[in-house]
Design a protein around this ligand. Structure first.
Ligand code: 5RP
Length: 217
């Protein structure tokens, strides 16, 4: 199956998990772009959605999905999002689209966090680049404490948007994701990082040449 066919298949499977009246977190990216029409096509009643990026919000609204501010909801029934890497131990890398801080905030709010990927996202072990969101204030200091510019590459052509701070990537091997995630979380100036721990994830839906597989964590 070509990647887009697989992305669509994973997205359609996830759309089936949503029921009338649910509060739904909508992720960001090209796989989620297939989720939004699949969800809209279900014609569910009383959905209340929050979006992890302005791009997702705009597209969801165009499709007639009711998107509200995340300021108004403190619990979600389900959140559905893509990923850049999925490791066998359940660790994820997210943030290829620079939305990982919002995506994590939405994921932790949901009773059920469902990840939708095509088979190429499966990796043997988590590796760099790991997306970062950094405060603009004191950026040189944060970069130095993270290991300098050989270790952290600021994404070119990503000016600060209403959605994000400074988006960068931590390069090189990751080793133990839990250790790296802890170190990044403890680094002043790092808003958040794209490592998602297995405990955050309820289910990964993987679409590959053999069909769609639901992996429960
Ligand atoms: O984390 C993300 C955006 O910040 C995306 O979910 C991730 O990059 C996967 O994107 P795609 O579905 O386009 O491969």
């Amino acid at each position: 199956m070509p990647a887009d066919t697989e992305k669509r298949a994973a997205a359609q499977a996830a759309a089936q998990l949503v029921e009338d009246g649910m509060r739904v977190g909508l992720g960001t990216g090209s796989t989620v772009a297939f989720l939004l029409p699949a969800l809209a096509a279900r014609g569910l009643r009383g959905l209340r959605c929050v979006a992890t990026s302005t791009a997702t919000e705009q597209r969801a609204r165009e499709l007639g999905l009711a998107v509200e501010s995340f300021d108004r909801l403190d619990r979600l029934d389900i959140a559905i999002d893509g990923a850049d890497q999925v490791a066998p131990d359940g660790w994820l890398v997210k943030g290829g689209g620079g939305a990982h801080t919002r995506e994590k905030a939405v994921a932790v709010t949901a009773d059920r966090f469902v990840v939708i990927v095509h088979a190429e996202k499966l990796v043997d072990a988590i590796h760099g680049p790991v997306p970062l969101e950094l405060m603009r204030f004191g950026l040189p200091s944060t970069l130095r404490r993270l290991g300098g510019r050989e270790r952290v590459r600021i994404r070119e052509g990503w000016p600060p948007s209403p959605d994000n701070g400074v988006i960068a990537d931590l390069e090189g091997p990751v080793g133990d994701p839990a250790e790296v995630a802890g170190r990044l979380a403890g680094t002043v100036g790092v808003v958040d990082h794209g490592l998602f721990a297995p405990e955050l994830v309820t289910e990964v839906i993987v679409a590959g040449p053999g069909g769609v597989e639901h992996r429960h964590q």
